[in-house]
Design a protein around this ligand. Structure first.
Ligand code: PMP
Length: 413
């Protein structure tokens, strides 16, 4: 029996049903952003049609409805990632904002000269630059965990690198280039054994697998709505209460204050002290709808189905001569993100040729320049699958790759 009824699920995504360059669209750029199901579009529409008002302020009916829906979305997020309480769920613009806030606020309060911040060579720029800047401000030391040949974190090196000097370990749960799943629970144990905190970039994990922040025992977890069927401009910063309470807000203004005196002010309690100004109310509510949608399918099933797609695609890619795949060779170790290069063909040309066949993939450095340098390449092409992609689409992708290779090698299709 099929793991998912993908044909039925695809009907929920009107955007997938279109023709691009005379070919049916095959959307394989899900690591950049995912498409939105009708249920999420409907919720956005309904909110602006019926409930739109500012939150936490008004006593009128619409304001109460908007506030209730906004806070209900927070509870959905809490349950989805198994946070202990909604006080630990802060709405942000996305992963980038969440990680920046940790670096700025936690970093400001707790990082001292000579402290070490440990990241890895596979981090997205959003989990590199905030730490670089913090290290510069505080004269702290930034360290990179090296990778094994297949693109796993070198855990032996990590064990040696994480010491009593370490203050922060910040690692992606899933790489947006290599498609590996990193052992963040193990890293959290290592970090905690040395009184360091564990920060997890969950941009590529939360959309694809069941996440339990308490089981992982991470101290902060960041992710984006738009990579999990939600809208852009909304994301989440999860943090343990004991840290969030000791942290100063990053932004100040309306919504986040308790009392404002002329020369001093006090903040609301968690999570609102971090949410200055009018938040992305519609975005948060629609993220809640995206979570409902994903939970109806089931995160275990989504993960299982994506693994089955990878098990189908990866060997076929591995069989193409002149094609290098970055990341694990074993499909079981590889998520739906597959970065690759054709010998002698620039990845931008590969992506352009695939687009001519209706297949949308990405090419470039994928906001991971330290990794691209580490791999010693200029750029890569990247296909990234989601639960609504089919085997037939995988076949189209493989066929388009063969045609591309043929074209560049022999000048004919
Ligand atoms: N981290 C990783 C691993 C990502 O893949 C991304 C998005 N490409 C980000 C962080 C940043 O997410 P956003 O642009 O939504 O803030």
């Amino acid at each position: 029996e099929a793991i998912l009824d993908v044909a039925t699920l695809r009907k929920d995504f009107p955007i997938l049903d279109q023709v691009v360059n005379d070919e049916a669209l095959v959307y394989l750029d899900n690591a950049a952003t995912t498409q939105k199901p009708q249920a999420v579009l409907d919720v956005l529409n309904h909110y602006y049609h019926h409930d739109n008002a500012n939150v936490h302020r008004g006593v009128h009916t619409l304001a109460e409805r908007a506030t209730q829906a906004y806070e209900a979305a927070r509870e959905k997020v809490r349950r989805f990632i198994q946070a202990k309480e909604t006080a630990e769920v802060i709405f942000t613009r996305g992963t980038t904002t969440s990680l920046n806030w940790i670096a700025q606020s936690y970093g400001e309060a707790f990082i001292k000269e000579g402290d070490e911040i440990v990241i890895s060579y596979m981090e997205h720029h959003a989990n590199v630059i905030p730490w670089q800047q913090l290290a510069k401000r505080k004269k702290a030391v930034l360290k990179y965990i090296p990778l094994t040949e297949e693109g796993f974190l070198d855990m032996q090196a990590a064990q040696a690198m994480i010491t009593d000097k370490t203050a922060i370990v910040a690692i992606a749960h899933v790489s947006n280039v290599l498609g590996v799943i990193n052992p963040v629970a193990e890293l959290a144990k290592l970090a905690h054994a040395h009184q360091a905190i564990m920060v997890v970039d969950g941009a590529q994990s939360v959309p694809h697998m069941k996440i339990d922040v308490q089981a992982l025992d991470c101290d902060f977890y960041a992710f984006s709505g738009h990579k999990m069927c939600g809208p852009t401009g909304i994301g989440v910063l999860y943090g343990k209460r004991k840290y969030l309470e000791q942290m100063e807000p990053v932004e100040f203004g309306g919504e986040m204050i308790d009392f404002v005196h002329l020369y001093d002010s006090t903040w609301k309690e968690l999570p609102w002290k971090f949410e200055a100004g009018t938040p992305n109310i519609a975005g948060a509510i629609a993220l809640g709808a995206a979570i409902d949608y994903l939970e109806t399918i089931g995160m275990e099933k989504i993960h299982q189905y994506e693994q089955s797609l990878v098990a189908y695609v990866l060997p076929q890619l591995q069989a193409i001569e002149g094609l290098t795949i970055y990341g694990p060779k074993d499909p079981k170790e590889h998520t739906g993100v597959i970065a690759f290069n054709f010998e002698g063909i620039h990845p931008h040309d590969v992506a352009t040729a695939l687009d001519m066949e209706g297949v949308a993939v990405r090419a470039g450095h994928h906001c991971a320049q330290p990794l691209i340098q580490y791999l010693d390449v200029q750029a890569t092409a990247r296909a990234s699958f989601y639960f609504y992609n089919t085997k037939a689409e995988a076949d189209r992708f493989i066929a388009a790759l063969h045609a591309t290779k043929e074209f560049f090698q022999n000048g004919t299709i």
